[in-house]
Design a protein around this ligand. Structure first.
Ligand SMILES: Nc1ncnc2c1ncn2[C@@H]1O[C@H](COP(=O)(O)OP(=O)(O)OP(=O)(O)O)[C@@H](O)[C@H]1O
Ligand SMILES: [Mg+2]
Length: 604
């Protein structure tokens, strides 16, 4: 299943999504509770300054008396204490705000990180097919961005939701305290100002989905400029790639602007409606003041809280809109989690010894529904033998050997180790019994030693030395200043094809698995390197059961059996002597075209 075809159908199913994310929230529940409790006084304190204006103006400015419950407060008392009290409350609010921000960041990072860790574990175990079908950029962006959006914004939104809500409550209390008639008018108008926001939910979801796909494409192109750097320069593709990325970046611009076009008018409209509210309140307030039902202080306090109320209500509206985006992100995260593995690891058996017979029995296989790549393939190989696979390019040779460690599973038929289906073995046990040297040898960034240890983490110094010699790496390593501890890969020295190959051989050798898969590199090495690599391979193949996709004549000569694969069918099978004598045979043709010119190289 491809990621960009997913429709995020669960995005509106809030209950389901909360249930899914809950296991990540649960361990930090207590802190979340504290953060949310802190948010309550944080919001409520917003009303303090507005609240203090009434006694200040009425008593301190206009000289009226002021009662708070049973207490009568004098002018001097209020004039002296209101200013420091305002500062004190602001100080308390500041401390609360700091604690709350710290806690919220701590919580959201913790949640987001544990989602990422689990998600990475899910991704790294996914089938090869997933990596065939989905671009690196898309997977990277979904891996890095969605958990952040899901966790950070969720916590922050709930936090600001509570603060805004309590802030609004506090301010509305001040409004009501001063004049309930005006309060009703003011609040109704303000709430009306924020209704349009609710209408934009769907659009925001759509754009945020498209944005991820385009963002992924940009990352993929960027990755390609790294890995494909030489091809890009060699074929003068810079301009094409530049234009492609430019177009993608433009596309994000268009997407973003289409959203802004639809949402940008919200804010001004809201301001206008809110100002209408204030204008209206002033008109009504004027009458109340003249008729003596409202003091100047109350009016000033009222208008101030109404102005202050704009912010929390706006934030509430924004939060409610954001929440849609957050749930889209959560649903995308869990879609990745729900990706089904096709390679099921349900076997219980261990591959305890080198199998006496490995058999492909009527195996058919296709990478996708459209075309079958292997058709009803059957062959056997005995312990200690070497099977050479030859045939046309694209015929399915690499595919055959990819089925053995179950990078892919057969569509029909069976692969048997001593009559036991390989699906009955534990996957790691099966894979432990096979060493591979691939056509393109991927090495990790790190030292040469690190790369060899991939084959056996706990190898001793002696074991390493042995494989370094057997893979004929010693001569090369001795020329390096840091020897086997030389950094290679992204930030290290560059290696030649032959050197890479020999490191890969050493890595396979130290694994010391009873079965060896060798997808020989087609690229011709020079005479000397060719011979060294050949010797290294001979050492690797010693006493093993070997599947070799042969491009070298010497390998074929040494093979116990050769199978000729043509467009997914085995068309000939036998030893070199047998096959070469089939007049008009495919092998004979292939031999004449591909291998004969190597004769002098092997036989000299
Ligand atoms: N991951 C994949 N997804 C889909 N199709 C694939 C995949 N890998 C290979 N194929 C297709 O399967 C067919 C067989 O490919 P395979 O790599 O097995 O050929 P091959 O015999 O090893 O060729 P070569 O000698 O060039 O390495 C080809 O048509 C190829 O396009
Ligand atoms: Mg191949």
């Amino acid at each position: 299943m491809k990621l960009d075809e997913i429709k995020t159908e669960t995005a509106f199913n809030y209950k389901y999504l909360l249930k899914r994310i809950f296991p990540y929230i649960k361990p930090v529940m207590f802190r979340i509770l504290i953060a949310f409790l802190l948010a309550i006084p944080l919001g409520l304190l917003d009303g303090i300054t507005a609240f203090a204006l009434k006694p200040y103006i009425d008593v301190v400015v206009n000289g009226n008396s002021y009662t708070l419950g049973a207490y009568v407060l004098t002018r001097d008392f209020l004039a002296m204490w209101i200013p420091p009290a305002i500062v004190m409350f602001a100080g308390i609010q500041g401390i609360l705000r700091y604690l709350n921000t710290y806690l919220a960041d701590w919580i959201s990072m913790t949640i987001s990180n544990s989602i990422k860790v689990d998600l990475f574990k899910k991704l790294i175990y996914l089938d090869s097919k997933f990596y065939d079908e989905n671009s690196s950029g898309l997977v990277i962006s979904r891996f890095l961005n969605d958990p952040d959006t899901a966790a950070k914004q969720l916590i922050n939104s709930i936090k600001t939701l509570i603060t805004s809500f309590t802030s609004a409550l506090g301010l509305i209390f001040v409004l009501l305290y001063n004049s309930w008639e005006l309060a009703v008018v003011g609040v109704i108008v303000l709430v009306c100002a924020f209704l349009p926001m609710a209408l934009l939910r769907k659009k925001i979801k759509e754009v945020s989905n498209k944005n991820t796909v385009v963002g992924g494409d940009i990352t993929t192109s960027f990755n390609e400029t790294y890995t494909g750097n030489k091809v890009i320069s060699g074929y003068n593709l810079q301009n094409d790639i530049y234009l492609k990325v430019k177009k993608l970046i433009r596309e994000t611009f268009t997407l973003q602007m289409s959203l802004t076009k639809r949402t940008g008018w919200l804010s001004p409209i809201m301001y206008i409606i809110a100002s209408l509210g204030i204008a209206f309140v002033m008109l009504v307030g004027n009458n109340l003041i003249i008729s003596g039902r409202l003091t100047t202080g109350s009016f000033a306090s009222f208008i101030t809280s109404l102005l202050l109320l704009y912010k929390p209500i706006k934030t509430l509206g924004q939060d409610l809109t954001n929440i849609q985006g957050i749930f889209v992100a959560i649903s995308r995260v869990f879609e990745l989690f729900d990706f089904d593995k096709e390679i099921v690891d349900s076997g219980k058996k261990e591959v305890s010894h080198s199998p006496n017979v490995i058999e492909f029995k009527n195996v058919s296989f296709s990478y996708n529904e459209e075309n079958e790549i292997l058709h009803n393939i059957s062959f056997k190989i005995n312990h200690g033998q070497t099977l050479a696979i030859v045939g046309n390019s694209g015929g399915g040779k690499s595919t055959i050997v990819n089925l053995l460690p179950r990078f892919y599973d057969v569509n029909s038929g069976e692969i048997l180790f001593d009559n036991i289906n390989i699906k009955d073995f534990k996957l790691d046990s099966l894979r432990n019994s096979i060493s591979e040297v691939f056509q393109d040898n991927f090495l990790f960034s790190g030292t040469i030693k690190d790369n060899i240890l991939v084959g056996k983490k706990d190898a001793t110094k002696e074991e390493i030395e042995k494989v370094v010699q057997a893979s004929h790496l010693d001569e090369f390593i001795n020329t390096l200043e840091d020897g086997i501890d030389t950094q290679i890969g992204e930030n290290g020295v560059s290696l030649s094809g032959g050197q890479r190959q020999r490191i890969a051989i050493a890595r396979a050798m130290i694994k010391n698995a009873p079965i060896v898969i060798l997808d020989e590199a087609t690229s011709a090495l020079d005479n000397k390197s060719e011979k060294i690599v050949q010797k290294a391979l001979d050492n690797l193949m010693k006493d093993k059961t070997v599947f070799v996709i042969a491009h070298r004549l010497s390998t074929i000569f040494n093979a116990d059996k050769i199978i000729v694969v043509d467009d997914g069918n085995i068309i000939e099978e036998g030893t070199h002597e047998e096959l070469i004598n089939i007049s008009d045979g495919k092998y004979r043709n292939l031999y004449n075209m591909q291998f004969k010119n190597q004769e002098n190289l092997v036989l000299q």
